[in-house]
Ligand binder design. Structure first.
Ligand code: HEM
Length: 127
């Protein structure tokens, strides 16, 4: 599957989970999970969908394994980070390592994405 399609599909799945979580917070009037909800929606829905648009704009990159790898690393990082943040804000400090590891993983995935952007924008500008 192309990296863009993968990004769009997983972004939609994360948006559905994030929005359902928002509705649950609103109904229960317990907003303690708000930081986890916000991270899931902004990293899992918004950022991932933006990655997908970039990959769709660069067809050669869209079919490259490195792009799919970047998406998988990002998704793993967002999932781990979200779980960690949710645990911390629900009174379980044992979530700290998850939040820490997840945040390093998403940073690594963003660095990889930044490198891909530099590489492929240079090619696009040279053409
Ligand atoms: C069905 C859809 C959604 C519902 C019902 C919902 C519900 C909520 C609720 C109840 C809060 C807590 C507010 C507070 O305690 O002050 C919240 C916070 C937040 N939500 Fe959502 N949300 C939804 C979708 C989204 C989406 C799609 C995004 C991002 C793209 C998003 C981003 C955020 C952010 C950033 C915050 C933190 C705001 C702050 O710091 O005050 N939410 N949401």
């Amino acid at each position: 599957m192309k990296a863009s399609s993968l990004s769009f599909l997983i972004a939609i799945a994360m948006a559905i989970v994030g929005m359902a979580w928002g509705i649950d917070m609103a109904i229960s009037q317990d907003h303690s999970a708000m930081p986890a909800h916000a991270h899931l929606n902004l990293l899992g829905w918004v950022s991932l969908f933006l990655f997908g648009i970039f990959y769709r704009l660069h067809p050669a990159l869209d079919v490259a394994r490195i792009a799919r790898l970047q998406v998988f690393i990002w998704v793993a990082g967002v999932a781990i980070l979200t779980v960690g943040v949710a645990m911390i804000h629900s009174g379980r400090p044992s979530g700290e390592p998850f939040a820490g590891v997840g945040s390093i993983i998403v940073l690594a995935a963003m660095l990889l994405f930044g490198w891909l952007v530099l590489r492929y924008e240079r090619v696009a500008n040279a053409a």
